[in-house]
Design a protein around this ligand. Sequence first.
Ligand code: FAD
Length: 454
Amino acid sequence: MAARRLLTRALRPLCPLGARQPARALFVREGRGDGSCSITQLDSSTLRYLQTENHELVRQETSSAKTLMDIGTRRIFSSDHDIFRESVRKFFQEAVLPYHAEWEKAGQVSRELWEKAGQQGLLGVNILEKHGGIGGDLLSSAVVLEEQMYVNCTGPGFSLHSDIVMPYIANYGSKDQIERFIPEMSAGKCIGAIAMTEPGAGSDLQGVRTYAKKDGSDWILNGSKVFITNGWMSNLVIVVAVTNREARSPAHGISLFLVENGMKGFIKGRKLEKIGLKAQDTAELFFEDVRLPASALLGQENKGFYYLMAELPQERLFIADMALASCEFMFEETRNYVKQRKAFGKTIAHLQTVQHKLAELKTQICVGRTFVDSCLQLHEEKRLDSSTASMAKYWASDLQNSVATQCVQLHGGWGYMWEYPIAKAFVDSRVQPIYGGTNEIMKELIARDIVIDK
Ligand SMILES: Cc1cc2nc3c(=O)[nH]c(=O)nc-3n(C[C@H](O)[C@H](O)[C@H](O)COP(=O)(O)OP(=O)(O)OC[C@H]3O[C@@H](n4cnc5c(N)ncnc54)[C@H](O)[C@@H]3O)c2cc1C
């Protein structure tokens, strides 16, 4: 029995054509040891037995599922992820979606939402429990960001907080820093941001000018940052600063600091007015003689650039997954639209050109999903290299923009109206090839790996 694997599938392929068929049935596939297998239908008691024995259902891939957002699909996930996904979906549908339009006007989400997400266990999902995180796997983190994209609500900066900022503290922080910040961040009481970009330095991180000067055991921080996600609401910001101007290269003289809201000289500029991500509090930050204690240094002095290089692949992978989830959302939104929109006496879904467009979109999205899922799996096994993460980020975010353009087109003039979700998805897509390292920089990183003499 242990060697048995459950198989869910539509009954049709295994039934004589035309026989009366229930919609779905469960089958068990048993290997015979010679590469062949037998398939038998399960009765409910056997099914219950197998489920209690913790056997996994054989899962459909996205391409065969009823919709691209179905729960219970994709072989990288398990039934535990499905149960988690159900609750995350409910959370985004009930606690986020109804309020998002209001937050778009305010240029930020509410603090209450962060605490609700904390209570629900949706922050710091992939951070070890012993550090004060939730202790889930990387794929559970992916579930949270995918579900956020499935409601088309980009305001809450949960993924940046949980999957980008918190890992720096968990991986490089001192015991005191971990104990002080991680539990509060998991609870949504301390919102995290990371400030690398400056008005004069984005792609070229080694060009940062923000400077932290030693003063006894303290540091004095001066400089400014721009485009900082969660910047306005943040309680804690990881700031990238130069600490050794005489280093043999800028990369050898950069450190990371934990700067807290309320520190004297730490000033938040304005919430930036963006063409998309309207409910996201992206901000400018200024540091004017901010005195930082030695305990604000994150990790070792002058090692900041290496920490950034180690953590950026995860950021890029998650941007890729976000891009694919957005594609899946846009596709379903468009499929529903063309099936009800009428022109020339029929729905536009009857037009062959529209059908072919949907076929192309679905194929491209499913191909992309396979690669991104494979990257998620690799990263879960700690085998994802930087160049592969860059491929995923560049390709998936370009796909997202192409899908967005075509889905707006299929909506006609209504696709250009803010009240239609596809319009919001379209403008929100545009930033994906820009942040997390532009797609041009991704190609630089991929190319470097191709031409290097190994
Ligand atoms: C909404 C939003 C949120 C953001 N959130 C954050 C955040 O939380 N924290 C943070 O630190 N930053 C954040 N950023 C900043 C983002 O990471 C940068 O904007 C990005 O890295 C590009 O830098 P830049 O804007 O200075 O563009 P530039 O570096 O000036 O690039 C301009 C153009 O030149 C191209 N280019 C530059 N160098 C090369 C090269 N060597 N080869 C080929 N082409 C090149 C770029 O690809 C781009 O097309 C955010 C940005 C936005 C818009």
